[in-house]
Write a protein that binds this ligand. Sequence first.
Ligand code: KG4
Ligand code: ZN
Length: 336
Amino acid sequence: MKDIRILGIETSCDETAAAVVSNGREILSNIVNSQISIHQQFGGVVPEVASRKHIENIAVVVDQAFKEAGLEYHDIDAVAVTNRPGLIGALLVGLSFAKAFAYGLNRPLIAVNHLYGHVYANFLEHLEVEFPAVCLVVSGGHTSLLLMEDTTSARLIGETRDDAAGEAFDKVARFMGLGYPGGPAIQQAASCGEAGKFKLPRVFLDRNDFEFSFSGLKTAAMNEWKKRERRGAANVYDMAAEFQAALVEVLVEKTLRAAERYQVGTVLLAGGVAANQELRRLMQARAKDIGIKVYYPSLKLCTDNAAMIAGSAHSQFVNGQFAPLNINAQASLMSL
Ligand code: KG4
Ligand code: ZN
């Protein structure tokens, strides 16, 4: 049978990315042009700047993806693009480009949910995942627990009531002067510090559900930091270590409780925060004790990329789920 090759395009936040994936499995190319160094000077992503940079970069990045794959434009079978959720102006750049490209080549357009893309990153690398599975999606904008019956069907079983895990990392890091993006900065600082010298709250661990809340932890960390600064006793390493421990412990405990409640033997991690070494380590260690298998994507596929978008689009291609050329971008998700 002929290979199905899909071009993926991703511009939902601050990475301009394009990739070609064959049969939903084989990554033929994966180009990510990060704008991090531009946004760093502002302490976070500036949406208008992100959109403008996407416009400058998108055609170059797509050409690089073809070149790396050794393909001509006409060699692809469909164009997949993230159309939700994300920064609206940033999404529109990728979506408009994808529409024009698909129309020009007379190929179908496939609209992809960015969060499904993150989940799918696992299936690009782990062919042996057994279902059902519980998937923890932890990105800059979302923290959710999904119950999955196969690679394409997911049911939401819990999510954050306020801040996402990545958002909490970013805001606390910014508050302590650690810069952007906050997750890697806190991870780095935490590796030089010690958790438990003082205690930050493990929010919602006492509740028997799968909801999260990180806004309270963020405020507690900031208050503790201010208090310690006044006393001249603020230690950025210990604060980063305790904050990371408090957040990771809740993510791990709740995810494994969900796995036990729904009697699944597999846990998947997805999204930028799944790059966190302490989250990976603790999840592996605790899951091993109770006989649950844990999978997560390699670092390059955890954070935003287009290979996950092209891969995720494969089943939509096979099922003929194509998007009309007047489809719009959505900043937030109406439903999963
Ligand atoms: O999935 P992602 O790349 O973009 C969104 O879809 O939001 O996630 C970005 C988030 C940021 O909040 C960033 O600080 C966080 O992922 N992140 C990390 C790490 N690497 C990225 N958080 C904790 N530890 C990391 N190593
Ligand atoms: Zn993302």
